[in-house]
Design a binder for this molecule. Structure first.
Ligand code: NAD
Ligand code: UD1
Length: 378
């Protein structure tokens, strides 16, 4: 068992070796034994799955998370599944003193930066909170990395930076900037900060990973998405309706120019997304020449409508999901799905899990954890 021993933040022991898991993939050739990575936001939904993938690939992981939208239970379960615990430091990415101490005590080769806030509606009512966490947090992290001599960063960006896409599928060179809410703008500004930084100093190697719509959970049902309160996003909402915790799904918009009038998105399994981070890290490390900023879409390249998702979930769960058609939600685009060719070509990564797997594993997580991580907290 490992323990973070820092002067700041709360030191938490996570996990014991209880189960050993299967390997997802071999350690990439560009990455050597004993590499250690810092994962900010590693207790959260995508961060916890990525922590698992990196531990299982043989790397050491330090997680920094202030638990504002997560439970340390996720990391206990990750440790059980991996057979190895990450080092967990509870603290804030805006705490420069903490970051300096952490990076001094745990020399890392790269940082995967997930920490941030992501609720679009909340960002409209509390924009400063979003700019502070997502922009100031990223700036503070980069300052600490620079001071510690760590120049490799994988950043969690979003397809939201494309706004209403010019065409679909969306390629990485499409214009960005038509963001219509503070959350989206905070991601865009963070991308621009990282671009300016990499342009100023050739030592920086930065991956901007633009996620499409992450869904699903680890196949064991041990870790998954655990939103607080009423979910904003489609899949967790459907899952709660299927559980009988919410009465019906409200389908936002039925007059879009799509197959059935409802919005189309590119849903990607969270484990595929997690594995995409390992591929991006490997690519950043592999390049001999100047890397600068690299942008990769992480999506499947396949779009599904809201009603197609609903039907697929019903098939996977065996439950009926009542729904009602309603007007469009402000700020929604009609269709968004990725052209994922660049990631396939440059990272050797493609999403492998299909829609029924995403639905089945989202449902398994839901029924095994009806109250999220509060269910059977160890
Ligand atoms: P999440 O809320 O589950 O994870 C974020 C984690 O960061 C949480 O554990 C939270 O406690 C932590 N955190 C937040 N602010 C922090 C701070 N100031 N200091 C330390 N820790 C902090 O969200 P997620 O879905 O796992 O998303 C991870 C990242 O991916 C976010 O940056 C998000 O904007 C981005 N992203 C998510 C989606 C999605 O649909 N889930 C889509 C595109 C991009
Ligand atoms: C939303 C955010 C986006 C963020 C992403 C991941 C908005 C406008 N966009 O994307 O910035 O990066 O989440 O956190 O909020 N839907 C319903 N009923 C619901 C919920 C959703 O019909 O109760 C529909 C939506 O209209 C959309 C689709 O389902 O067509 C997917 O919605 P959602 O899961 O919220 O993701 P995005 O809107 O793509």
């Amino acid at each position: 068992m490992k323990r973070a021993a820092l002067g700041y933040g709360v030191n938490v022991e996570v996990g014991e070796v209880l189960l050993s898991g299967t390997n997802y993939r071999e350690k990439p050739s560009s990455m050597t034994q004993s590499m250690k990575f810092l994962i900010t936001g590693g207790a959260g939904y995508i961060g916890s799955h990525t922590t698992l993938v990196l531990l299982r690939a043989g790397f050491d992981v330090v997680v920094l998370d202030n638990l504002c939208n997560a439970s340390s239970e996720s990391l206990k379960r990750v440790a059980q599944m991996a057979g190895r615990a990450p080092i967990f430091v509870e603290g804030d990415i805006r705490d420069r003193v903490l970051l300096d101490q952490l990076l001094a005590q745990h020399p890392v080769q790269a940082v995967l930066h997930f920490a941030g806030l992501k609720a679009v509606g909340e960002s409209v009512t509390q924009p400063l909170l979003y700019y502070s966490n997502n922009v100031e947090g990223t700036v503070t992290l980069c300052k600490a990395m620079e001071a510690a001599g760590v120049f490799t960063l994988v950043f969690s960006s979003s397809a939201t930076v494309y706004g209403d896409p010019v065409t679909v599928p969306i390629t990485e060179d499409q214009p960005v900037g038509q963001t219509i809410n503070p959350y989206g703008r905070s991601k865009l500004i963070a991308e621009q900060v990282l671009g300016d930084l990499a342009a100023s100093d050739p030592r920086w190697r930065v991956a901007l990973l633009r996620y499409f719509n992450p869904v699903g959970a680890h196949e064991t049902g041990q870790i998954g998405e655990d939103p607080r309160g009423i979910p904003n996003n489609l899949l967790p909402y459907i899952a709660r309706v299927a559980m009988g915790k919410l009465p019906e799904l409200v389908v936002f918009g039925y007059d879009y120019p799509t197959v059935d009038g409802t919005g189309v998105r590119d849903y990607i399994h969270v484990m595929d997304l997690a594995e995409g981070h390992l591929a991006a890290l490997s690519a950043l490390k592999a390049k001999k020449s100047r890397v600068g900023v690299q942008v990769w879409n992480l999506g499947t390249g396949q779009g599904y409508s809201v009603l197609q998702i609903l039907r697929a979930f019903e098939a996977a769960s065996g439950r009926t999901v009542p729904y009602r058609l309603a007007p469009r939600r402000a700020g929604d685009v009609a269709i968004s799905y990725a052209n994922s060719a660049k990631a396939a070509l440059e990272l050797g990564w493609t999403a492998k899990r299909d829609l029924s797997t995403m639905m089945r594993e989202a449902w398994r997580w839901q029924i095994m954890n009806p109250d999220g991580y509060q269910t059977g907290e160890s």
